[in-house]
Design a protein around this ligand. Structure first.
Ligand SMILES: C[S@@+](CC[C@H](N)C(=O)[O-])C[C@H]1O[C@@H](n2cnc3c(N)ncnc32)[C@H](O)[C@@H]1O
Length: 185
C-alpha cells in the first residue's frame, strides 16, 4: 500500500515538474477572477474555445456557460485530464467540452476561434510565435495575468488581456489597428 502511494506521489511530482518546465505548473485561475477573464470577450454558439493547459476546466466550463458552442481542453498532466473530465461531466457538459491528454505545444489549433491560456511570462514569446503561425484571422486570445511581448492587447481588465491574432499586421504589435478589427470583440 505504501509502495502504491509512493508511486502515485512520484508520478504526480514528475508531471508537476515536467509541466512547470514545459509552460506552467497547475495553479488554477482564482475563482474570483474567472468571470472577469471570461467577460473580456463575447461568446457565441459558433465559438470553438481551446484552453492550453486546461487544469480543472473551470475556464472552459465558464466559457460554455457564457455561450460558447464547444470547448477543447489540452492538458499534459494526466491527473488533471481526468479531474477536468470529471468536472465537465458533473457540470453536464460532456457533449460540449472534450479534454485531451496532449502537449499543447504540439497540438494543432487551426479550428479555434478563441484560445485561453494561463502560461507564465517566460513562455509567452514562444507561445505568441506559435499562435501567429497557426491561428486563423480574427482568433481571440485571452491570457490570464501575462502579456505577449511586443503585442498590444485590444482589451484588458484586472484579470486578463485580450488579443486578436491571425492578421497580417499583428507582427507590428497592435492588432486593434488592423482594418479587419472593428472593436466588436
Ligand atoms: C497555471 S495552470 C492554469 C490552469 C487553468 N488553465 C486555469 O487557468 O485554471 C497551467 C496549466 O498548464 C498545464 N500545462 C503545462 N504545460 C503544458 C503543455 N505543454 N501542454 C498542455 N498543458 C500544459 C499545467 O499542467 C497546468 O494545468
Amino acid at each position: 500500500m505504501l509502495f502504491l502511494v509512493g508511486i502515485i506521489i512520484f508520478i504526480f511530482t514528475f508531471f508537476f515538474v515536467y509541466t512547470t518546465w514545459s509552460a506552467a505548473p497547475f495553479i488554477p485561475t482564482h475563482a474570483s477572477e474567472v468571470d472577469a477573464l471570461i467577460g473580456l470577450t463575447n461568446f457565441s454558439e459558433d465559438d470553438v474555445v481551446y484552453e492550453l493547459g486546461s487544469g480543472d476546466c473551470r475556464l472552459l466550463i465558464a466559457a460554455v456557460i457564457a455561450g460558447a458552442g464547444r470547448g477543447v481542453g489540452l492538458e499534459l498532466n494526466p491527473f488533471l485530464v481526468w479531474w477536468g473530465r470529471w468536472r465537465v461531466w458533473r457540470a453536464g457538459m460532456s457533449d460540449k467540452i472534450s479534454v485531451r491528454f496532449a502537449d499543447a505545444w504540439r497540438a494543432e489549433l487551426c479550428d479555434a476561434t478563441v484560445v485561453i491560456t494561463f502560461w507564465f511570462g517566460s513562455r509567452m514569446e514562444k507561445l505568441r510565435d506559435k499562435l501567429r503561425r497557426e491561428l486563423r484571422p480574427g482568433t481571440r486570445v485571452l491570457s490570464y495575468a501575462f502579456r505577449f511581448p511586443e503585442m498590444k492587447p485590444v482589451a484588458q481588465n484586472r484579470a486578463a488581456f485580450l488579443y486578436v491574432f491571425g492578421f497580417g499586421d499583428s507582427s507590428k504589435g497592435d492588432s486593434s489597428k488592423s482594418p479587419n478589427f472593428r472593436g466588436q470583440f
